[in-house]
Design a protein around this ligand. Structure first.
Ligand SMILES: Cc1ncc(COP(=O)(O)O)c(C=O)c1O
Length: 284
């Protein structure tokens, strides 16, 4: 595997991580996962823009111009002969003697590489199960930070119960999944939590809002309660690598009749079409 390290593409075996890298010690950094279709990175501009925003919010300055970084990513895809799957990209604050506070002149560290391919088509087709859990994360969930401790704890809990995702609830309101955004459909209207500090504004989420608009589907960025989740006609979760995944059971109870809903199916198809259009017209 070839890895992008601070502007250079090298073999994985050549990558060295310093024990005082602040990403390693504190999770002091930000990341992105970008999906590649047919060798083309989907919504690359949006992901890179979010990466720079996340970095800026925690005072990390990335050493590369965004256009330079985008070119490096395209090169990385080519060098790995990558056709489809996720590409992981992270930036840490850099290496410094271990203290909480930091000097502003340390140089950030960037790494990117292809993730192992995860086949999701069966889950997309049959739907998945989920649990609900309290959202006990910090109040800056809009930053795509490396600090994923609570997300990991709760995802593991879902996994150990044979579920795909845990849906997080804060003050009675559904925020998002541990690694996805959550949508419900009630009486033909699609709802999702507004893009505040309480959720990560998913790129898939953002693309879907465009897709709903184009198709004339009614949607509201409006908070909804646990009860509204459990009484929804349809529920689905979205993320870069999983795309649009129907949720057919929550906390052991069927969503509606326990099968993926018809509007969810249409949304999946419309999203696939958008991916196809955008990746076939893009220059790889
Ligand atoms: C907490 C959280 N919310 C939402 C998402 C979905 O974001 P995106 O569609 O950009 O992958 C993710 C993705 O990993 C996530 O970790």
């Amino acid at each position: 595997m070839k890895v992008l390290v601070d502007g250079e593409i090298v073999a994985r075996s050549a990558v060295k991580v310093d024990m005082e890298d602040r990403g390693y010690q504190f999770g002091d950094g930000v990341y992105e996962v970008i999906n590649v279709y047919d060798g083309v990175p989907f919504t690359l501009d949006e992901h890179i823009e979010r990466l720079y925003r996340s970095a800026q919010e925690i005072g990390i300055s990335i050493n590369f111009e965004s256009d330079h970084l985008k070119n490096d990513i395209r090169k990385l895809i080519q060098e790995n002969d990558m056709k489809k799957g996720g590409l992981y990209l992270q930036v840490t604050r850099g290496v410094a003697p271990r203290t909480h506070q930091y000097l502003k002149d340390i140089s950030s560290k960037l790494v990117a590489y292809p993730l192992p391919y995860k086949e999701m088509s069966e889950s997309r087709s049959t739907g998945v199960t989920a649990i609900t859990e309290q959202d006990l994360r910090w109040l800056r969930c809009d930053i795509k930070s490396l600090n994923l401790l609570y997300n990991i704890m709760i995802k593991q809990k879902a996994y150990e119960q044979g579920c795909f995702e845990a849906i997080l609830i804060r003050d009675g309101v559904v925020t998002e999944g541990t690694s996805s955004n959550v949508f419900i459909i009630k009486n033909g209207t699609i709802y999702t939590h507004p893009a505040t500090n309480l959720i990560l504004n998913g790129i898939t989420r953002q693309k879907l809002l465009e897709v709903y608009h184009e198709n004339g589907w009614t949607f509201k960025e409006h908070p909804f309660t646990t009860q509204e989740l459990l009484e929804a006609d349809e529920v689905f979760v979205t993320s870069t690598t999983s795309e649009v995944v129907p949720v057919i059971s929550i906390d052991g109870k069927d969503v509606n009749d326990g099968r993926p809903g018809s509007l969810t199916r249409k949304i999946q198809q419309a999203f696939s079409l958008t991916v196809k259009n955008e990746t076939s017209s893009a220059v790889g």
